[in-house]
Ligand binder design. Structure first.
Ligand SMILES: [Zn+2]
Length: 317
Protein backbone atom coordinates (compact mmCIF):
# COMPACT_ATOMS: atom_id res chain seq x y z
CA UNK A 1 0.00 0.00 0.00
CA UNK A 2 1.31 3.42 -0.85
CA UNK A 3 1.45 5.90 1.98
CA UNK A 4 -0.20 9.26 1.51
CA UNK A 5 1.88 12.34 2.23
CA UNK A 6 -0.06 12.78 5.44
CA UNK A 7 0.97 9.35 6.67
CA UNK A 8 4.51 9.47 5.42
CA UNK A 9 5.93 12.57 7.05
CA UNK A 10 7.38 12.54 10.55
CA UNK A 11 6.42 13.23 14.17
CA UNK A 12 4.20 15.88 15.78
CA UNK A 13 5.17 19.52 15.59
CA UNK A 14 3.65 22.20 17.77
CA UNK A 15 3.62 25.58 16.06
CA UNK A 16 3.24 28.72 18.12
CA UNK A 17 1.99 32.12 17.02
CA UNK A 18 1.48 35.45 18.77
CA UNK A 19 -0.41 38.48 17.42
CA UNK A 20 -1.11 38.30 13.70
CA UNK A 21 -1.67 41.21 11.35
CA UNK A 22 -2.12 39.59 7.94
CA UNK A 23 -5.06 37.24 7.43
CA UNK A 24 -4.03 36.26 3.90
CA UNK A 25 -0.63 35.16 5.14
CA UNK A 26 -2.18 33.15 7.98
CA UNK A 27 -4.67 31.47 5.66
CA UNK A 28 -1.81 30.45 3.37
CA UNK A 29 -0.21 28.61 6.29
CA UNK A 30 -3.52 26.97 7.22
CA UNK A 31 -4.08 25.75 3.64
CA UNK A 32 -0.52 24.46 3.43
CA UNK A 33 -0.82 22.55 6.72
CA UNK A 34 -4.29 21.19 5.94
CA UNK A 35 -2.90 19.73 2.77
CA UNK A 36 0.19 18.13 4.26
CA UNK A 37 -0.61 17.41 7.91
CA UNK A 38 -3.21 16.28 10.37
CA UNK A 39 -4.11 19.34 12.40
CA UNK A 40 -4.76 18.02 15.90
CA UNK A 41 -6.11 19.30 19.24
CA UNK A 42 -4.43 19.44 22.65
CA UNK A 43 -6.63 16.53 23.69
CA UNK A 44 -5.30 14.51 20.71
CA UNK A 45 -1.73 15.25 21.76
CA UNK A 46 -2.54 14.32 25.34
CA UNK A 47 -4.04 11.00 24.19
CA UNK A 48 -1.08 10.40 21.89
CA UNK A 49 1.45 10.86 24.70
CA UNK A 50 -0.58 8.50 26.87
CA UNK A 51 -0.35 5.93 24.09
CA UNK A 52 -4.09 5.98 23.46
CA UNK A 53 -4.07 7.57 20.01
CA UNK A 54 -1.62 7.24 17.17
CA UNK A 55 -1.13 10.34 15.07
CA UNK A 56 0.80 10.56 11.85
CA UNK A 57 2.36 13.81 10.82
CA UNK A 58 0.35 15.78 13.35
CA UNK A 59 0.53 19.52 13.78
CA UNK A 60 -0.86 21.36 16.79
CA UNK A 61 -1.41 25.10 16.38
CA UNK A 62 -1.14 27.30 19.46
CA UNK A 63 -1.29 31.05 20.08
CA UNK A 64 0.10 32.71 23.19
CA UNK A 65 -1.34 35.72 25.05
CA UNK A 66 -4.80 36.06 23.49
CA UNK A 67 -4.22 39.29 21.66
CA UNK A 68 -7.32 40.58 19.80
CA UNK A 69 -6.12 39.46 16.38
CA UNK A 70 -7.04 35.93 17.42
CA UNK A 71 -10.70 36.91 17.34
CA UNK A 72 -10.51 39.40 14.48
CA UNK A 73 -8.20 37.57 12.05
CA UNK A 74 -7.52 33.97 13.06
CA UNK A 75 -10.95 32.88 14.24
CA UNK A 76 -12.80 33.57 10.96
CA UNK A 77 -10.12 31.59 9.09
CA UNK A 78 -10.19 28.54 11.34
CA UNK A 79 -14.01 28.59 11.21
CA UNK A 80 -13.86 28.67 7.41
CA UNK A 81 -11.42 25.74 7.30
CA UNK A 82 -12.82 23.99 10.39
CA UNK A 83 -9.46 23.44 12.05
CA UNK A 84 -8.76 23.37 15.79
CA UNK A 85 -6.42 25.73 17.62
CA UNK A 86 -5.33 26.31 21.20
CA UNK A 87 -4.84 29.67 22.89
CA UNK A 88 -3.08 30.44 26.17
CA UNK A 89 -4.47 33.44 28.01
CA UNK A 90 -4.37 35.26 31.33
CA UNK A 91 -7.76 35.47 33.08
CA UNK A 92 -6.65 38.65 34.89
CA UNK A 93 -5.91 40.40 31.61
CA UNK A 94 -9.21 39.21 30.12
CA UNK A 95 -11.47 39.97 33.10
CA UNK A 96 -9.90 43.30 34.05
CA UNK A 97 -9.40 44.34 30.42
CA UNK A 98 -5.73 45.16 30.93
CA UNK A 99 -2.78 45.05 28.59
CA UNK A 100 0.31 42.94 29.19
CA UNK A 101 3.53 44.71 30.20
CA UNK A 102 5.01 44.16 26.72
CA UNK A 103 2.01 45.91 25.20
CA UNK A 104 2.20 48.78 27.70
CA UNK A 105 5.88 49.54 26.99
CA UNK A 106 5.36 49.79 23.23
CA UNK A 107 6.33 53.31 22.20
CA UNK A 108 8.22 54.05 25.43
CA UNK A 109 11.55 55.84 25.11
CA UNK A 110 14.02 53.11 25.98
CA UNK A 111 16.63 55.27 27.66
CA UNK A 112 14.08 57.06 29.81
CA UNK A 113 12.50 53.75 30.78
CA UNK A 114 15.87 52.22 31.64
CA UNK A 115 16.61 55.20 33.90
CA UNK A 116 13.43 54.47 35.86
CA UNK A 117 14.32 50.79 36.10
CA UNK A 118 17.79 51.74 37.38
CA UNK A 119 16.20 53.71 40.21
CA UNK A 120 13.83 50.88 41.12
CA UNK A 121 16.62 48.28 41.04
CA UNK A 122 19.00 50.70 42.78
CA UNK A 123 21.69 49.90 40.27
CA UNK A 124 23.51 52.72 38.42
CA UNK A 125 22.31 52.92 34.81
CA UNK A 126 25.88 53.19 33.57
CA UNK A 127 26.51 49.58 34.57
CA UNK A 128 23.83 48.26 32.19
CA UNK A 129 23.54 50.99 29.59
CA UNK A 130 24.34 48.51 26.80
CA UNK A 131 21.52 46.12 27.79
CA UNK A 132 18.41 46.14 25.59
CA UNK A 133 15.08 46.97 27.27
CA UNK A 134 13.60 43.49 26.74
CA UNK A 135 16.63 41.76 28.23
CA UNK A 136 16.44 44.15 31.18
CA UNK A 137 12.73 43.62 31.82
CA UNK A 138 13.02 39.85 31.50
CA UNK A 139 15.57 39.94 34.31
CA UNK A 140 13.28 41.86 36.70
CA UNK A 141 10.47 40.71 38.97
CA UNK A 142 7.00 41.49 37.67
CA UNK A 143 6.18 43.92 40.51
CA UNK A 144 9.29 45.93 39.61
CA UNK A 145 8.31 45.96 35.93
CA UNK A 146 4.80 47.12 36.79
CA UNK A 147 6.16 49.83 39.08
CA UNK A 148 8.53 51.07 36.37
CA UNK A 149 5.66 51.24 33.87
CA UNK A 150 3.47 53.21 36.28
CA UNK A 151 6.28 55.66 37.09
CA UNK A 152 7.01 56.16 33.38
CA UNK A 153 3.35 56.72 32.52
CA UNK A 154 2.81 59.31 35.20
CA UNK A 155 6.18 61.05 34.67
CA UNK A 156 5.71 61.40 30.90
CA UNK A 157 1.91 61.76 30.84
CA UNK A 158 1.31 58.64 28.77
CA UNK A 159 -2.40 58.23 28.04
CA UNK A 160 -4.16 54.99 28.81
CA UNK A 161 -3.84 52.64 25.85
CA UNK A 162 -6.90 50.91 24.43
CA UNK A 163 -7.42 47.31 25.53
CA UNK A 164 -5.59 45.06 23.05
CA UNK A 165 -6.74 41.58 24.06
CA UNK A 166 -9.71 39.22 23.94
CA UNK A 167 -12.75 40.12 26.04
CA UNK A 168 -14.61 37.70 28.32
CA UNK A 169 -17.47 37.38 25.81
CA UNK A 170 -15.12 36.70 22.92
CA UNK A 171 -13.28 34.06 24.92
CA UNK A 172 -16.58 32.38 25.78
CA UNK A 173 -17.64 32.47 22.14
CA UNK A 174 -14.34 30.86 21.10
CA UNK A 175 -14.87 28.12 23.64
CA UNK A 176 -18.41 27.38 22.53
CA UNK A 177 -17.32 27.17 18.87
CA UNK A 178 -15.79 23.80 19.72
CA UNK A 179 -12.72 24.70 17.63
CA UNK A 180 -10.70 26.50 20.27
CA UNK A 181 -9.07 24.96 23.34
CA UNK A 182 -8.21 27.49 26.01
CA UNK A 183 -5.24 27.10 28.34
CA UNK A 184 -3.67 29.27 31.05
CA UNK A 185 -0.62 31.53 30.73
CA UNK A 186 -0.19 33.02 34.28
CA UNK A 187 -1.86 36.17 35.62
CA UNK A 188 0.60 38.92 34.62
CA UNK A 189 3.11 37.21 32.31
CA UNK A 190 6.18 37.26 34.57
CA UNK A 191 9.40 35.42 33.88
CA UNK A 192 8.55 32.79 36.47
CA UNK A 193 12.14 31.98 37.41
CA UNK A 194 12.67 35.57 38.58
CA UNK A 195 9.82 35.28 41.07
CA UNK A 196 9.68 34.00 44.68
CA UNK A 197 8.17 30.54 45.34
CA UNK A 198 5.03 32.20 46.64
CA UNK A 199 4.63 34.48 43.64
CA UNK A 200 5.31 31.69 41.12
CA UNK A 201 2.64 29.53 42.79
CA UNK A 202 0.20 32.43 42.75
CA UNK A 203 0.84 33.32 39.10
CA UNK A 204 0.31 29.74 37.91
CA UNK A 205 -2.35 28.58 40.39
CA UNK A 206 -4.62 31.62 40.14
CA UNK A 207 -4.44 31.66 36.36
CA UNK A 208 -5.57 28.02 36.19
CA UNK A 209 -8.26 28.51 38.84
CA UNK A 210 -9.69 31.80 37.57
CA UNK A 211 -9.70 30.66 33.97
CA UNK A 212 -11.46 27.42 34.95
CA UNK A 213 -14.09 29.47 36.82
CA UNK A 214 -14.51 31.84 33.90
CA UNK A 215 -14.96 29.06 31.34
CA UNK A 216 -16.88 26.76 33.63
CA UNK A 217 -14.55 23.85 32.83
CA UNK A 218 -11.34 22.51 34.32
CA UNK A 219 -8.35 24.04 32.50
CA UNK A 220 -5.90 21.25 31.61
CA UNK A 221 -3.21 23.01 29.61
CA UNK A 222 -0.65 25.70 30.36
CA UNK A 223 2.08 27.61 28.51
CA UNK A 224 5.06 29.13 30.33
CA UNK A 225 5.56 32.84 29.57
CA UNK A 226 8.54 33.13 27.25
CA UNK A 227 8.96 29.38 27.73
CA UNK A 228 12.71 28.73 27.59
CA UNK A 229 13.62 25.79 29.88
CA UNK A 230 15.98 26.64 32.78
CA UNK A 231 15.84 30.34 31.86
CA UNK A 232 12.14 31.18 32.08
CA UNK A 233 10.98 28.25 34.23
CA UNK A 234 12.38 25.10 35.81
CA UNK A 235 11.37 22.06 37.87
CA UNK A 236 9.72 24.25 40.52
CA UNK A 237 7.11 25.38 37.98
CA UNK A 238 6.67 21.82 36.70
CA UNK A 239 5.88 20.62 40.24
CA UNK A 240 3.33 23.41 40.76
CA UNK A 241 1.58 22.41 37.53
CA UNK A 242 1.61 18.72 38.44
CA UNK A 243 -0.01 19.53 41.79
CA UNK A 244 -2.73 21.49 39.98
CA UNK A 245 -3.61 18.49 37.82
CA UNK A 246 -2.46 20.11 34.58
CA UNK A 247 -2.11 17.55 31.76
CA UNK A 248 0.24 19.29 29.34
CA UNK A 249 2.43 22.37 29.61
CA UNK A 250 4.18 24.00 26.72
CA UNK A 251 7.67 25.45 26.47
CA UNK A 252 9.40 27.21 23.59
CA UNK A 253 12.17 24.64 23.21
CA UNK A 254 12.33 24.41 19.45
CA UNK A 255 12.13 20.76 18.51
CA UNK A 256 9.59 18.06 17.65
CA UNK A 257 7.36 16.15 20.05
CA UNK A 258 8.30 12.50 20.42
CA UNK A 259 7.01 9.56 22.44
CA UNK A 260 9.42 10.34 25.26
CA UNK A 261 8.59 14.07 25.39
CA UNK A 262 7.97 15.34 28.91
CA UNK A 263 4.26 16.25 29.28
CA UNK A 264 5.32 19.34 31.23
CA UNK A 265 7.79 20.59 28.65
CA UNK A 266 6.11 20.13 25.29
CA UNK A 267 8.39 21.72 22.69
CA UNK A 268 7.09 24.37 20.29
CA UNK A 269 8.47 26.35 17.38
CA UNK A 270 7.40 29.90 16.65
CA UNK A 271 6.28 31.17 13.28
CA UNK A 272 6.58 34.93 13.53
CA UNK A 273 3.92 37.26 12.21
CA UNK A 274 4.30 37.65 8.44
CA UNK A 275 7.28 35.29 8.14
CA UNK A 276 7.29 34.56 4.41
CA UNK A 277 9.61 31.54 4.41
CA UNK A 278 7.38 29.51 6.74
CA UNK A 279 7.46 26.49 4.37
CA UNK A 280 11.23 26.21 4.68
CA UNK A 281 10.99 26.60 8.42
CA UNK A 282 8.28 23.93 8.71
CA UNK A 283 10.39 21.44 6.80
CA UNK A 284 13.72 22.17 8.48
CA UNK A 285 12.20 22.87 11.92
CA UNK A 286 14.84 22.40 14.68
CA UNK A 287 17.60 22.62 12.07
CA UNK A 288 16.18 25.92 10.91
CA UNK A 289 16.24 27.10 14.51
CA UNK A 290 19.83 25.96 14.91
CA UNK A 291 20.86 27.94 11.85
CA UNK A 292 19.00 30.99 13.19
CA UNK A 293 20.85 30.65 16.50
CA UNK A 294 24.12 30.76 14.61
CA UNK A 295 23.07 34.17 13.34
CA UNK A 296 23.53 35.19 16.95
CA UNK A 297 20.55 37.43 17.70
CA UNK A 298 19.01 35.06 20.23
CA UNK A 299 22.38 34.24 21.73
CA UNK A 300 23.06 37.93 22.32
CA UNK A 301 19.66 38.39 23.99
CA UNK A 302 20.30 35.48 26.38
CA UNK A 303 23.80 36.75 27.10
CA UNK A 304 22.36 40.14 28.04
CA UNK A 305 19.77 38.55 30.30
CA UNK A 306 22.43 36.53 32.07
CA UNK A 307 24.56 39.65 32.54
CA UNK A 308 21.58 41.53 33.95
CA UNK A 309 20.54 38.70 36.30
CA UNK A 310 24.08 38.48 37.70
CA UNK A 311 24.14 42.24 38.20
CA UNK A 312 20.83 42.18 40.08
CA UNK A 313 21.91 39.20 42.19
CA UNK A 314 25.20 40.88 43.07
CA UNK A 315 23.35 44.06 44.00
CA UNK A 316 20.93 42.17 46.25
CA UNK A 317 23.66 40.17 47.99
ZN1 LIG B 1 3.15 34.97 26.32
Amino acid sequence: MMLTIKEYLGPIKVINFHAISDGLWFEKIVKYLKNKNNIITCADLEANLKGELSIKNGVLLTVDDGERSFYDIIYPIIKKHQIPMTIFVSPKITIQEENFWFQEIEGFNHLKFKKICAEILQIPLVSFLHIKVLALIKSMQIHEVQEAIEVYKSKYNVHKKPFQNLTVNELKELKSSGLVTIGAHTMTHPILLNETDEQASFEIGSSVQELSDLLNEQVKYFAYPNGIPAIDYNQREVEILKDLGIELSFSTRFTKVCKSSNKFEIPRGEISNGQFDFRKKLVLWEHWNFLATLKNKRKEHLKQRKFMLDLIRMNNA
